[in-house]
Design a protein around this ligand. Sequence first.
Ligand SMILES: Cc1ncc(COP(=O)(O)O)c(C=O)c1O
Length: 395
Amino acid sequence: MAGLVPNARSRRVAESATLAISARAAAMAAKGLDVVSLGAGEPDFPTPGPIAEAGIRAIQQGKTRYTPAPGVPELRAAGAAWLSSTFGLSYTKDEVMVCAGAKAALHMALDAVVEPGDAVLILAPYWVSYPALVTLADGNPVVLPAVPEQGFVHDAATLAAAIRQHRARGLILNFPNNPSGAVPSRAQLQALVDTAAEHDLWILSDEIYSTLLYDGATHFSPAALPRGRERTLVVNGFTKSHTLTGWRTSFLAGPRAVIDAACRIQSQVLGNPCTISQEATLAACQQPLPDELARRMRAFDERRQYLVAEINRIPGMRLATPKGAFYALVDVRALAAQRGLDDVGICEQLLEKHLLAAVPGSAFAIPGFVRLSYAAAMEPLQKAVARLRAFAEAR
Ligand SMILES: Cc1ncc(COP(=O)(O)O)c(C=O)c1O
């Protein structure tokens, strides 16, 4: 044997760019450097008390053993009820699987629907893990270039042309979008759903930011629109809204046959999602803490408005107002052209010279842009703005 070597499929999968940047920033901070780390999409608020306490109670009550692979029936039912009351989605408990985070839900979903070699369309800018997850499912990720001039929402004609060109079988949607913050109107989303329906595509809809909306925006799930339900798999949960980041739970909802398949896969690769976390998530479904969510949204909104106002005053940078999630996707194309740098070079310099960790847009297939997370307190955001300005004004 020539030593133990990773296989070809794993070699095609790169490390998550956002996790890599955060790890680098953490290593610099550990050396005592005053690094501002806006790389990660993790709220700075703790998991709300009542949800954390439900987890503690679960341990005290001995709810620490295996559960059914798709999750405890009470949570599957509560997930279905939450999806119905919050987004108007109609699922039975058997059409909802509890998963270990949105990432795992996306993985199980793709494993359940992708045939080897299937072209799966991913709209740029996209969350970093989609191409890797499609590759791991033996599919062929096909990226549609970003449309910043259209507010980052693709139109039906562009989508239809790409479907025909690549003979696509599936489409991944992510609204509100990470990294652009785009939220399509109902009509825009319906046009994408209609196009998918006309070409018989399945849709995997990652809606993990669906309750983080600004300026009166409304979230629509493709599964709630005409022609959407029968072809859509919905991923949602409390990761981002209620800081369940480390608890690792989520929901995957969709037509029964595919959910059953995903449950079989999950039973083989995961067993069950963490039992304690399921109890905490049940509490989140039963008591989603609207006042706490509203308080968080006020804080995110204040930060968002601050960044939009300040960044648009920095020479060479533009920031379109995000409508959802908690990311600022800064257009640095003018500055990059002036400096003879690309977005990766800009992020290198921001980190090395100005101690600001941001993610290059290239990681999301939108070169010339830089993503900052504003799931961070005002103080680091103020430092970040000062550092961006110092970088832009440096000769
Ligand atoms: C669009 C999107 N989907 C999924 C995830 C992963 O969420 P989870 O922590 O629930 O796996 C993230 C995390 O950053 C995300 O931004």
